[in-house]
Design a protein around this ligand. Sequence first.
Ligand code: HPA
Length: 293
Amino acid sequence: MPPPNEGHNEPLSYEEVCAIKDDLQSKLNGKTPEIGIVLGSGLGGLGEHIEDAVFVDYKDVKHFPLSTVIGHKGRFICGTFAGREVLCMQGRFHCYEGHPIHLTVLPIRVMSLLGINSLILTNAAGGLNESFHVGDLMIIKDHINLAGMVGCMNPLIGPNEPRYGGERFIPTSQSYDKEYGQMFKSAANELGLSDAIKEGVYVFLSGPCFETIAEVRMLKTMGADAVGMSTIPEVLVAVHCGMRVLGVSLITNEAVSSYESTAVANHEEVLQTGRKRAEDMVKLVKEFLTQLK
Ligand code: HPA
């Protein structure tokens, strides 16, 4: 089996990331995307709605890791969606696949170098908040970077590279763009989907195990509303690059917190819920982009 990251265990230099950007750009047929979209587990269907599309497999981009997760196609789609030029990722990279954290965020750095300033991140997450239902969409208003806080899994560890835009110590208290959150809510109102919209705190764990009951109880006590294995490293790099971020979690399953429960989390349920909500996500992102100036 090939290593998922071509053996790039050391962080890439700024010049190397620029070369990767040039390589991807040369494959985009002259398109100049202005908005980045990352599609999480089961949500890749939005990519099929992009018009005038150019497809670039991750395996064809210099130094790019391979996406190994079932339900992640592993390619960029660049084209027009809601009248905007977008660069969409059908599938992302996770630490649990064995990728070093700096490679999981490489696409965000590349997007920033391509001139993308607005980023929409979606993911599948387990619901911790008892008022949430499977199929709800949680606008991420804040996060707890648990894996990053206690496990050195923070993509900004290492020498700071100011050419990306950010300083050594960046504030993260305004990571999620409030206006974008409001616009996503109003898109849901327009579409009659407001009952499914929630807002909350996402907690990032390394995975790949789903949580134990004791862990779920701990996460609830911490104030987290949804739990997942992605997104936050991307958010941190996006903030470091000065991008505006919208994060949306699809609640694909209820995180089990009772010893009496016989339910167990599983990836098939995650994918199935994603497929059920996929069309609504397409409409919501389309309406959001229509509102985006
Ligand atoms: N836990 C962690 N990550 C997840 C879950 C979960 O329950 N559901 C989807 N991603």
